[in-house]
Design a binder for this molecule. Structure first.
Ligand SMILES: NC(=O)c1ccc[n+]([C@@H]2O[C@H](COP(=O)([O-])OP(=O)(O)OC[C@H]3O[C@@H](n4cnc5c(N)ncnc54)[C@H](O)[C@@H]3O)[C@@H](O)[C@H]2O)c1
Ligand SMILES: O=C(O)C[C@H](O)C(=O)O
Length: 330
């Protein structure tokens, strides 16, 4: 019996993500919340012949509180995506995420919180600070969703291998954060080796494509927003892993942007040579959330440089999130 909730459920990510969650038999209750359209989305999904009972709520009449009551897993894709005229996502999304995190901290403080809203490197620290203000912060239960970078890495490697049927078997750890140079694919650890003779230039181009995969979609959508369908796929994949671990399945490991106060975090700080509060690394999941942050493993010199290049942006992004909540009255 698992209740999952999507905050921002009527949006470009929210709707297909809610569809994928509704299709998962592990979920028995699915709560949908947005500032618009959730009753319609919920009515539509409720006709699908799967176990989850769906409800769609809006802000009036304590909708946020009602939807969060009893929630075990809360996924947050609420907020604006990149599009013309929207240059600073943080300005808008910081307040949205802070408001929703306040709702979770007061109504479902034990829920696992999966943050999709960008910029993830800053919105995750915002959620952490809000939870600290309410004295309910459990770092093991807060996740920045970086799975789309992992999904892209698998797909692009399978494309290079000339066999997309392998895409879902290819495992490439992607670490660091979720924006541009903070995205660090560890291609030397790919489950499927790149073709022999794969040149340095080609490797650089592949790293760049994974780091800036979001731009490809924004450009192709030509003003209509950023990745929604691939993000919904990635978000559902990560949410299901969290739910499987919650239900007792062992050995689930996936990269996520998490607090380095968790077991394994101190060792990771030494590995990356930086005293960061958050970093995306492979984490082992269990019924209480993150059991342990794993080592990044053996890195090539190129990968060590990529990690070093990610640190300044990560430091700034994390501090921007923390500074926002310090100034806020919520
Ligand atoms: N983590 C990732 O890998 C990743 C990937 C793609 C997009 N994103 C981010 O996800 C976010 C959503 O993208 P999208 O394309 O779905 O945008 P969208 O505009 O299509 O949908 C966002 C939804 O959020 C809702 N919303 C706004 N304020 C809200 C509030 N206070 N409470 C509840 N709902 C609220 C809107 O009504 C809308 O339905 C963006 O910030 C985007 O940058 C993250
Ligand atoms: O790039 C974006 O703005 C959206 C998202 O973070 C992505 O990786 O596609």
């Amino acid at each position: 019996m698992v209740k999952a909730v999507v905050l921002g459920a009527a949006g470009g990510i929210g709707q297909p993500l809610s569809l994928l969650l509704k299709c998962n038999p592990l979920i028995t209750e699915l709560g949908l919340y947005d500032i618009v359209n959730t009753p319609g989305v919920a009515a539509d999904l409720s006709h699908i012949a799967t176990p989850a009972k769906v409800e769609g709520l809006l802000p009036p009449d304590d909708g946020l509180k009602k939807v969060l009551t009893g929630a075990q897993v809360v996924v947050i894709p609420a907020g604006v995506p990149r599009k013309p005229g929207v240059n600073d996502l943080f300005k808008i999304n910081a307040g949205i995420v802070e408001g929703l995190a306040t709702g979770i901290a007061t109504t479902a403080p034990k829920a696992f919180v999966l943050v999709i809203s960008n910029p993830v490197n800053s919105t995750v620290p915002i959620v952490a600070e809000v939870f600290k203000k309410h004295n309910v912060f459990d770092p093991k239960r807060l996740f920045g969703v970086t799975t789309l970078d992992v999904v892209r890495a698998s797909t692009f490697v399978a494309e290079i291998l000339g066999d997309l049927s392998k895409a879902s078997d290819v495992v490439v750890p992607v670490v660091g954060g979720h924006s541009g140079v903070t995205i660090v694919p560890l291609l030397s650890q790919s489950s499927h080796s790149l073709p022999s003779g794969f040149s340095d230039e080609k490797l650089d181009a592949l790293v760049n494509r994974i780091q800036f995969g979001g731009d490809e979609v924004v450009k192709a959508k030509d003003g209509a927003g950023s990745a929604t369908l691939s993000m919904a796929y990635a978000g559902a994949e990560f949410a299901v892993k969290v739910i499987q671990a919650l239900n007792g399945k062992k050995g689930i490991i996936a990269p996520s942007f998490v607090s380095l106060t968790i077991d394994g975090g101190e060792a990771l700080k030494k590995e990356i040579g930086a005293d960061l509060e958050f970093f995306s690394a492979p984490v082992e999941l269990g019924p209480e959330g993150v059991v342990k942050i794993n080592s990044l493993g053996k890195l090539t010199d190129k990968e060590k440089k990529l990690v070093a290049a990610a640190i300044p942006d990560l430091t700034n992004n994390i501090q921007t999130g923390i500074a926002f909540t310090k100034k806020s009255n919520l």
